[in-house]
Design a protein around this ligand. Structure first.
Ligand code: PGA
Length: 263
């Protein structure tokens, strides 16, 4: 894992956005894996800006989102499809027919999960998967105890996740407790993973992800087995890492090498 520790949430968004921007400039037909939640919003704003300035185009890009609430249709304001339209798709030159979010209102969600896997495969697999992380270590809606080789499936949300996400729902609004999520195995199949985390609330989950044992109790720890996982975090989220100074040293060495090679 490459652990990049930066001064601020702003710097985290900037670093993450640059990975996507560089990739889109190299491969305009990229297949991107996208995420919802508060953390990716600043990164999406930077992608919108780069698109509007003409630095990148999404015309030939295909996207797959990690997860969706089961029981919410895409036009529901709390659905992740709605979130993606609002936060990114409505502001860039993407063909929305090439943007995919697991279908929360599928009549047969079990079949829909298999179809989602097949669609990703038919697109040639995901080049870069963006991830946030839950305070309990979840990625997508792969809650603790998720199989480390799991595929897209219906998943029950923990009470902790329901409570964390309650802020998005009004008091009298139905809040789903089931989801469709890419599995950990699905995420692991992407060529590169970029996980963003900021704030002290994520410090324990980041410690367990990076330095804890690989365990279904902290689903993100499966990324220790990924061939190209970049963990981009601010100082607060890095606070519990034992080898923090070493990760910073590695990153300085990386940057020096890349500069020498003209990247
Ligand atoms: P957050 O959510 O970015 O809103 O903290 C992350 C997640 O639950 O995956």
């Amino acid at each position: 894992m490459q652990v990049v520790i930066l001064e601020s949430p702003e710097a985290v968004a900037e670093y993450g956005a640059h990975i996507f921007i560089r990739h889109l400039q190299k491969k305009p037909q990229a297949v991107l894996g996208l995420a919802t939640g508060s953390t990716p919003v600043a990164l999406y704003q930077k992608l919108i800006q780069a698109n509007q300035q003409g630095d990148i185009s999404f015309q030939d890009v295909t996207t797959y989102n990690l997860d969706e609430y089961l029981g919410l249709a895409g036009d529901h304001p709390q659905s992740y499809r709605y979130f993606m339209n609002q936060q990114l798709f409505d502001h860039i030159d993407i063909n929305k027919a090439n943007t995919f979010v697991p279908p929360g209102s599928a009549s047969n969600p079990i079949l829909a999960c298999d179809e989602y896997e097949q669609m990703i495969e038919q697109s040639g697999g995901i080049d870069i998967q963006l991830l946030g992380i839950g305070r309990n270590g979840h990625i997508g809606f792969n809650e603790p105890s998720s199989g480390l080789l799991s595929r897209t499936r219906v998943k029950t949300l923990t009470q902790a996740t329901i409570d964390d996400n309650a802020r998005f729902f009004s008091a009298d609004e139905y809040q789903p407790h089931l989801s469709i999520t890419m599995g950990i195995g699905t995420i692991q199949d992407s060529q590169q993973v970029v996980l963003l985390a900021t704030g002290s609330g994520k410090a324990d989950a980041i410690y367990r992800t990076v330095e804890g044992p690989m365990s279904a109790s902290c689903p993100a720890s499966a990324l220790q087995m990924h061939q190209n996982a970049v963990i981009v975090i601010d100082e607060e989220a890095a606070a519990q890492l034992e080898h923090k100074e070493f990760y910073k040293h590695i990153e300085r060495e990386n940057q020096t090498l890349l500069a020498q090679l003209g990247y």
